[in-house]
Design a protein around this ligand. Sequence first.
Ligand code: PEP
Ligand code: MG
Length: 576
Amino acid sequence: MPEIALKGIPASDGISIGPSFRYIPVDLAIPEFSPGTADEEMARFNVARDHAISELQELREIVFERAGEEEAAIFEAHQVMLQDPALESRFREFVESGQTAEGALDKAVKELAGMLSGMGDELFAARALDVKDVGRRLLRILLGLPDTALDAVTEPVIIMAEDLTPSDTARLDPQLTLGFVTERGGLTSHSVILARTLGLPAIVGMGDGFLENIPNGTLVILDGDSGELIVSPQENNVDRYIRTRQQRLRQRQILQEAAEKDAYTSNGRRVEVAANIGDVETARIAVENGAEGVGLLRTEFLYLEDTKPPSEERQYVAYRAIFEVMGERRVIVRTLDIGGDKPPTYLPFPQEMNPFLGWRAIRISLEEQDLFKTQLRAILRAAHGFSGSIMFPMISDLNELRRAREIVEIVKEDLARESIPFASDVPVGIMVETPAAAMLVDLLAQASDFFSIGTNDLTQYTLAVDRGNPKVAGLFQPLHPSVLRLIKQTIDVAHNHGKWVGMCGEMAGMTKAIPILLGMGLDEFSMSPRAIPTAKNLIGKLPDHKTQQIAAQALSLPTAADIEAYLQTVLNELVD
Ligand code: PEP
Ligand code: MG
């Protein structure tokens, strides 16, 4: 067979080389026979369900051993799905209308899965796969068949399948599985999440029909980083991938070591590398990637998920869970930053020509004080016993900051009067994301304990370029000299007033920008969790005297394009 190179969606990192094994799930055809009474069919369903729950318990234990509690939780969710009253009552309706248990189950599952996948959301579509998985399990048990998924594999192979359910993936024996490739599937499916935890390289979404031409036992190379699949590779390609795999493993090892240590520049200046997160799940990923704290906790998710504002208790539970995951590390909670581009239904949003210049962030909080106070109460309570800070978004003058701080004080007094435990000594800072704030750091320093530069908005407002408009995306240049001057000015002035300065805009995680930001003296870099290991590794290679020269040189250049090009050469030299 000649070499063929194919491409799918890279789903789980790593390179594997080995023989293919095509996984075809047992055909669960629904037999035609006359049903018993509705009660008899219902009783069959109940027996099968109990059996399925105990099978899932066994799977939970296997996955718990191999991958840990979090991954095992999916099978707990499957157990819960089996007990879903909606599924049961729909099932009952079908058996009462004269269906067999098998037929009723098939219909009820298809209905529920169809509804989930029709919602047009990737996450719901992934849940539809879970529902089908649970349905297949029940059907197999009703048909009296054993759970034989993937038992036929006897040597290390790369699994090829149309799709893999979470149950299939959980049953994969790590000793015998080099990776998997599927025709369908998305990046948020539980199979992919499990593959990442188990360190199994994987590619999904190869497209229907790709399996047709690959006989079992064909040698394949699977590159989970790029999504490339090479079928029947030539010998030189096999050698090349073996070398690439070794290089990547070495690189990963270096990054892993950097991630585990606190960040210092090569001359020993301590720099904090923190994470931007929005929920407890990302908090866990942040810790795994070596986050030394949370530089930005976006709280918007709580406000956009419902048709009413989140209660104090709902927020308390969400924030507390995040503090618990982060332990002793500092967590900076940013207060509400919603606006007219994504208006929640419960706030009186006017029709706005320019929502980003409109009723947004702190402007809403200062007008809707009950909403603001509820959030502050939840944050202060959740931070009790932890290292929390509060940060206000979109501040543009001292008056706004003072009014916001006054409300924090009122909330503290209320909590004290009600004898509710709360963190009384929480530092309060602001985001520097309007050019106005960047120009007024000397004044704002009177009332701000720290500053965090939000380059996403700072770039948008400085350059008058809508950050979400693809038509002007090319003009959105965080490395524009005007933005860099404002950043430098912010850091210098804040330091003169004894305040630390972080950055939580996307620029903090850009490898190109890190040398120049270090040279300007930035104290904290907060970024998406997966960017942390690379950033820490880079910081550790750079001495201050060199980054200061880089910053000075970059600031002397006239355009963003010149600065970009210069920083690229700096990076290339570092990599060599
Ligand atoms: C920013 O503006 O840089 C920032 C971090 O905030 P957000 O992206 O949430 O507006
Ligand atoms: Mg912002």
